[in-house]
Design a protein around this ligand. Structure first.
Ligand code: GDP
Length: 339
């Protein structure tokens, strides 16, 4: 039985990957900082995984976790992932995103050189580039986050050259009902559910014209695994190949609400619902990101199973269900029933 250690197992990608690897018969270990709120995504599989505790900034805790898990494969998914936070805490972003990886690579090199490592590289490394991006596209990041991901990506390449099996998956934006609420997609679908439940607070957003190649996270974890099963280590771009604007996302949410039978209680228009707040405009904004995943399609046999419309619908449905639960729990009737 193969053993996998996932850093960031309690997050969106980590939890989908844990489920996928368990399904393949892996023994799954997770490296976690603490019992975070997101541990709820692990609820269905919690009893089937082993957790080790520590912090990517603390090499000793990584070494102890590594010794216990003794993994054949490591998926380094933990990180400081939010671009605006990287402007507030650039040094911390580097310590986690670059320092954490360098500590892991050193442990592998010193103790178990045949452990294969997957590094969560990111389309934010690309910066502003016109048209689809492949593995050869020049990397010109525009934020401390993007630069930290690029530094980590280069670190993977120098350890590759030293004979380790380490790869960087250049994943374009991937979302799901488990996405953090600060990211724009989930921020929008949560707000849509609140509106339908009667909360008419305006949704404050930044640049509506920014475009991203949004796919479903559950699809992307299959690509991570496939990269570690290749005969030689290589970096791959993963994405749907189609980009949409934040405005397109908002419009698709309104369509989904109508199709799900919430037309009456949904916002009548984007203008009624959304307000532009300069606070959410970004220095170094990346205007459009679009993947060319030809190599992943040809060599990994990877393709997405959920399109843009399907993704929006899935996220809206999940937030509506969550909203209904919260609403039911806070009504006086529900309170008196519980009393
Ligand atoms: P990113 O691509 O990793 O930065 O993912 P995000 O979901 O944080 O942002 C995607 C795009 O949405 C970026 O171009 C943001 O500038 C844009 N955007 C517009 N308004 C907002 C907002 O209120 N929050 C976030 N997170 N992004 C916003």
């Amino acid at each position: 039985m193969k053993r996998a250690l996932i850093t960031g197992i309690s997050g969106q990608d980590g939890s989908y990957l844990a489920e996928y690897l368990l399904g393949l018969g892996y023994e799954v270990w997770g490296f976690v900082r603490r019992e975070a709120e997101t541990m709820r995504w692990l609820e269905p599989v919690h009893h089937r995984i082993e957790l080790v505790y520590g912090d990517l900034r603390d090499g000793e805790s990584l070494a102890v976790g590594f010794q216990k898990a003794w993994p054949d494969e490591i998926y380094n998914l933990a990180g400081q992932v939010f671009v605006p936070t990287s402007w507030d805490f650039p040094a911390e972003t580097f310590d986690i995103n670059v320092g954490g990886l360098s500590r892991l690579l050193q442990i592998i090199e010193r103790t178990k050189r045949d452990t294969r490592l997957y590094q969560a590289s990111s389309s934010e490394m690309v910066g502003n580039w016109d048209g689809p991006c492949n593995e050869q596209t020049p990397l010109q990041p525009t934020s401390p986050y993007g630069i930290s991901k690029l530094a980590a990506h280069r670190l993977v390449e120098v350890y590759q050259a030293r004979g380790l099996f380490a790869v960087g998956g250049i994943l374009f934006n991937h979302e799901s009902p488990r996405r953090g609420p600060e990211m724009v997609t989930r921020k929008i679908t949560r707000a849509a559910a609140w509106w339908v439940m009667g909360d008419r607070t305006k949704l404050k957003l930044g640049m509506l014209e920014a475009r991203r190649d949004w796919g479903f996270a559950g699809d992307y974890v299959r690509a991570m695994h496939a990269m570690l099963q290749q005969p030689v280590p290589k970096n791959y771009v993963v994405g749907t190949g189609v980009s949409h604007s934040v405005k397109d996302f908002l419009e698709e949410v309104l369509v989904a609400l109508k199709e799900l039978g919430y037309g009456e209680s949904a916002p009548k228009s984007i203008e009624e619902w959304v307000e532009i707040d300069p606070h959410f405009l970004r220095p170094g904004e990346i205007h459009d990101l679009q993947a060319d995943a030809t190599l992943a399609r040809n060599e990994l046999g990877w393709q997405p199973t959920v399109d843009f419309k399907g993704l929006v619908r899935m996220m809206v449905e999940a937030d509506l269900a969550g909203g209904r639960e919260r609403h039911a729990a806070s009504t006086p009737q529900a309170t008196s029933n519980r009393a």
